[in-house]
Ligand binder design. Structure first.
Ligand code: ES4
Ligand code: ZN
Length: 337
């Protein structure tokens, strides 16, 4: 449509991208060969990168996707692998007109298979530095806790020296909560979020993706998040919708992800127009672009445009809201406006 050049050009902020979700089948196979990682032999999808691309088109749920996501990241071993992964994301982000991004990582998923936190962090940090100097993209790192593991595991991870130091030094500015949503309500993770709050960390959590609107409420009430990842199911609760608008909670919406994981049949079924009408602030994001048809942020903007035919003024307002809802410095926000 005529608005496409504007979507490309707008200074976009991305708030919901799992770096492990930027692992393309091509890079997955290359790193598996380099690191001599044996991919599952009992699943024909792993016969070739093309086989994986095909299988990724048929996810039937969040958990079906997560099965592939955790196998995929098993090819990441050394700091260079993590740098390669993040750099691949940043180059796509630059091509799509991303100015600033706040990226997720899943430390427990790596530590649980014997990879040190410092290995993960140093690789990502290297890529971030390069993205800022070579691409002009600023970024922040958010460490997510895995909700399918015991809450005590999240606390123990938080308490590790290397992890605490990365928070204290500002190398990681916030915490999130991801992985299998049902049946793990946010309130199970109150202790680790309270510790994050004491350290002055930013807090977000996945809620209302597959799980009910009530998970969004308890994330706000018990985890004191100022952002909600996905959150699209708040539309099922009018009072909560009003609260999210009144408290200026940013929803990091991932339209193409929701279609791939069967949360909705099509992007047109998402409550984008209702959010705009209710004054709910949201950003539009890619989530796990390499798993969802190689669709990075701009494809998500375009899919929303195809479905909702927004005006230029509405797009500018979405991008301004995304800047407001970012966790960068006030100085950086002013540059972005
Ligand atoms: C995720 Cl889409 C989504 N939901 C929950 N956890 C995740 N981890 C990576 N992608
Ligand atoms: Zn996500």
């Amino acid at each position: 449509s005529g608005i496409h050049p504007l979507l490309q050009r707008l200074p976009k902020c991305e708030h919901h991208i799992h770096l492990e979700g930027a692992l393309t089948p091509q890079v997955l196979f290359t790193l598996a060969a380099k690191n001599r990682i044996e991919l599952p032999t009992d699943d024909p999808a792993f016969a070739s990168p093309e086989g994986l691309v095909e299988r990724y088109r048929e996810f039937d749920s969040l958990d079906d996707f997560l099965h592939y996501y955790y196998i995929g990241m098993s090819v990441l071993l050394d700091a260079g692998d993590f740098e390669t992964l993040a750099w691949d994301y940043f180059t796509h982000a630059a091509a799509d007109g991303v100015a600033h991004c706040e990226v997720f990582m899943d430390p427990q998923a790596h530590m649980g298979r014997g990879i040190g936190y410092d290995v993960v962090l140093s690789g990502f940090q290297q890529a971030r530095k390069r993205a800022e100097s070579e691409l002009g993209i600023t970024s922040e790192l958010i460490a997510c806790f895995l909700r399918h593991l015991p809450p005590a595991d999240a606390v123990a991870t938080f308490e590790q020296d290397a992890v605490r130091e990365s928070f204290a030094a500002g190398h990681v500015i916030g915490i999130g909560l991801d992985s299998s949503e049902k049946p793990f309500p946010p309130e199970l993770f109150q202790v680790v979020y309270q510790k994050g709050g004491f350290m002055g960390l930013k807090r977000t959590a996945h809620a209302g993706e597959e799980g009910p609107a009530a998970y969004v409420r308890t994330a706000l009430d018990t985890l004191h998040v100022d952002r909600i990842d996905h959150g699209v199911r708040v539309i099922e609760d009018d009072a909560l919708l009003k609260r999210v608008a009144d408290e200026n909670i940013l929803l990091s919406v991932c339209p193409i992800s929701n279609v791939f994981l069967k949360g909705v049949q099509s992007v047109a079924d998402l409550p984008i127009r209702k959010f705009i009408d209710a004054g709910v602030r949201f950003s539009i994001n890619s989530d796990d672009p390499a798993y969802f048809g190689n669709n990075y942020i701009l494809a998500n903007y375009c899919a929303v445009q195809e479905a909702f035919n927004l005006t230029a003024a509405e797009w500018v307002a979405i991008c301004e809201g995304s800047i407001h809802g970012s966790w960068c410095s006030q100085k950086r926000k002013e540059e972005l406006f």
